[in-house]
Design a protein around this ligand. Structure first.
Ligand SMILES: [Zn+2]
Length: 259
């Protein structure tokens, strides 16, 4: 499997082989071969960092292993008063239960929204406290403090400890891999990225999502975007028209949302 650990081991082995050939066996082997190591390692690390589904640095659950036509909706970056309540109203009307990956710093002053998400049968995951642009450059310890601060908010408001963690921006790296392991949380990715944060055209956004539907899909949306609230009733209808039903993300993945 193409993981960071395996890549590291193979490249370290290549280095040992080169050193043995060059200095132990006295072979006339060019030092240019060593350039291959960073040329392979760096692009692979970049690819692995930005593609959460690759499971390169750490295992993430990005879809369910099923042939059944069932999908889960997930909403990131709330709770915020502008669109979270609108989205909750639509989900209630349509009888769809979703996953909300909340940012901890949004919870103070929006505790009622967090309580409403939970009371209406949705599940809440940790999406970090800060959602800082530089989160991926944090030390492991600082990442853990950030994740803990979000957990404390959840404990204060709902007396629940989230076990699902969605990496901010979906970026993973070795520090986050260790932090997730020590925090005993599960990394949750997605298999359909809606791109709703940058979408301008409602029809294109709908088609972009609907054209990628597959059994066991986890769809990434944001409860911070007007366009997401605007298309949600049509998106739900379109998914149902294609023969799919909805399941809550924790049920779809067969995991516990809380400790
Ligand atoms: Zn986010």
């Amino acid at each position: 499997m193409l993981t960071h650990r395996n890549t590291y081991l193979v490249l370290a082995l290549l280095l040992v082989i080169w050193l043995t050939a060059r200095f132990f066996l006295q072979m006339d082997i060019s030092a240019w071969w060593l350039v291959l190591i960073p040329l392979i390692y760096i692009p692979l690390c970049v690819w692995g960092a930005i593609k959460v589904q690759a499971n390169f640095f750490l295992p993430s659950l990005s879809q369910a292993n099923t042939q059944e036509k069932v999908v889960a909706l997930s909403f990131d970056d709330g709770p915020l008063p502008e669109f979270t309540p609108v989205i909750l109203d639509i989900l209630k009307e349509e009888e769809v239960k979703a996953g909300f990956f909340c940012i901890g710093k949004n919870i103070p002053e929006n505790e009622d929204l967090l309580e409403r998400i939970h009371a209406e049968g949705h599940v809440i995951g940790n999406h970090s406290w800060s959602h800082d642009f530089w989160f991926d450059l944090y030390s492991r310890r600082r990442m853990m403090i950030d994740m803990d601060t979000m957990e404390d908010q959840m404990l204060n408001v709902l007396d629940l400890k989230p076990r699902m963690f969605r990496p901010p921006y979906g970026v993973t790296n070795p520090n986050l891999a260790t932090a997730i392991k020590l925090q005993k949380v599960k990394s949750i990715g997605w298999s359909i990225r809606s791109m709703d944060t940058v979408a301008k055209d409602e029809e294109k956004l709908l088609q972009h999502i609907l054209s990628q539907l597959h059994p066991g899909a986890i769809i990434l949306l944001h409860d911070t975007c007007k366009i997401t609230a605007d298309i949600l009733p049509r998106l739900i209808a379109g998914i149902r028209e294609r023969g799919y039903r909805f399941d809550r993300i924790d049920k779809l993945l067969n995991i516990s949302a809380y400790a």
